[in-house]
Ligand binder design. Sequence first.
Ligand code: IMP
Ligand code: MG
Length: 189
Amino acid sequence: MDINENAVFPEDYADRIKRVLITEREIKAALEAEGERISREFEGKPLLLVSVLKGAFIFLADLCREITIPCEIGFMAAQSYFGGTTSTGNVEIICDLKQDVSRYHVVIVEDIIDTGRTLKEIVRILNDRKPLSLKVVTLLDKPDRREVEFEPDRALFTIPDHFVIGYGLDCGELYRNLPYIAEYDETSI
Ligand code: IMP
Ligand code: MG
């Protein structure tokens, strides 16, 4: 029996990687600077890095290793319902943090801010729990796509309105393992 008989692997997988937007080296340099900045800002304070699954898992893993002060890690998973007939954003938390955030300075580590709806809701939910402070660091920001008013405290790269893949970001759950950020080719082949 062929063990790969159920594997889903699109024939145009490689052709869809249009061009590299941000290289591994550029990502690494930005993470070193950000890790140093976070280490300085939160020295001597209880720090909790919070990531919203799944897109930010690689960013979080690499960023936390550039941080030289003690910190804890927490994960949340959310389901967004923004389309259809509802005009207001709605986020359901399907996996919540174990930590009591009122004891921490919280830094949300996000992969990309697009419409801004998901993170605006997450920030509102976490602020209700009265953290000592709350900041948002995003790897990528696509400000042209914003549908709600939301600004991250830090965006490591600001990019134009392209759909991007790699370094944790997916298209149909694929491409998360690319070590760089690339533009996805959306044209029909
Ligand atoms: P929002 O539109 O700001 O709420 O973004 C929600 C989520 O959409 C992000 O956290 C990503 O997981 C996903 N997303 C937005 N833009 C892209 C993209 O260009 N590539 C891959 N995922 C994206
Ligand atoms: Mg995300």
